[in-house]
Design a protein around this ligand. Structure first.
Ligand SMILES: *Cc1c(COP(=O)(O)O)cnc(C)c1O
Length: 221
């Protein structure tokens, strides 16, 4: 049987090959292993294989498993990749190291207030709704420049980059290209884009963080 550790290794190899193929620097792309829905027992083999950067999409779920895993393993970096309610900002700031889903002024302000209170300055990505899908979270492309400016200059958040989830039924490349273009004109260097089905493509469009779940942990139940 192929284990999660084996699948991790093949994803790592594939990312390295994509870096070479697209002329990216070795190690330019950070692999975020998305462990949502999986239990600590499923995550430990991946930690034992050396992976330290993980993503979760729910604050409550992450609070249930990561404090324990952090006490067992050094150097864990936990990324919030799912939607955030402002009444969960306190727990999110205490539980996570990086936030990928800043998508409205209210959340930006709630996060900043908590970071100040807790003495933590978490790097943040702004989520962009590149496909302008009504059901999807994220800032509309035309509103991004103003929102980036507001987050930086008014709210005082440490914005390091942009994140997107392309529409499932569309080729992801044009969405990755759009994210890269918007980031560039805003002086942002980090791009969180690419999942199990399209991370190789994302590396070609400049991804600095790929969020890979099922290709490592298997299908979610
Ligand atoms: C679940 C999830 C992923 C990982 O998806 P896979 O297709 O399993 O790799 C990536 N990004 C976000 C925002 C997610 O919610």
């Amino acid at each position: 049987m192929v284990s999660a550790a084996d699948r991790l290794k093949s994803v790592q190899t594939d990312i390295r090959e994509a870096e070479i193929e697209y002329g990216r620097r070795e190690g330019a792309v950070t692999l975020i292993a998305v462990s949502k829905t999986f239990q600590a027992d499923d995550i430990r083999p991946v930690l034992d294989a050396g992976q330290r950067v993980f993503g979760e999409n729910r604050v409550q779920e992450a609070m249930g498993k990561w404090p324990g895993l952090r006490s067992e393993y050094e150097g864990i970096e936990l990324h919030l990749i799912g939607p955030l309610q402002s009444n969960k900002a306190k727990e999110a700031v205490a539980t996570f190291d990086v936030i990928h889903t800043v998508d409205r002024p209210k959340i930006a302000k709630a996060l900043k207030a908590e970071m100040t209170k807790q003495g933590r300055d978490l790097p943040c990505f702004i989520q962009i709704n590149t496909g302008e899908e009504p059901q999807k979270a994220g800032i509309a492309p035309m509103d991004v420049d103003a929102f980036v400016r507001e987050c930086r200059e008014v709210t005082g958040l440490n914005i390091i980059g942009l994140m997107c989830i392309p529409p499932v039924e569309e080729a992801p490349g044009e969405h990755f290209a759009l994210l890269e273009k918007i980031a560039k004109r805003n002086g942002l260097s980090q791009l969180s884009m690419g999942m199990s089905s399209d991370y190789h493509t994302a590396v070609g469009f400049g991804a600095t963080h790929v969020r890979v779940g099922s290709a490592i942990f298997g299908l979610r139940g």
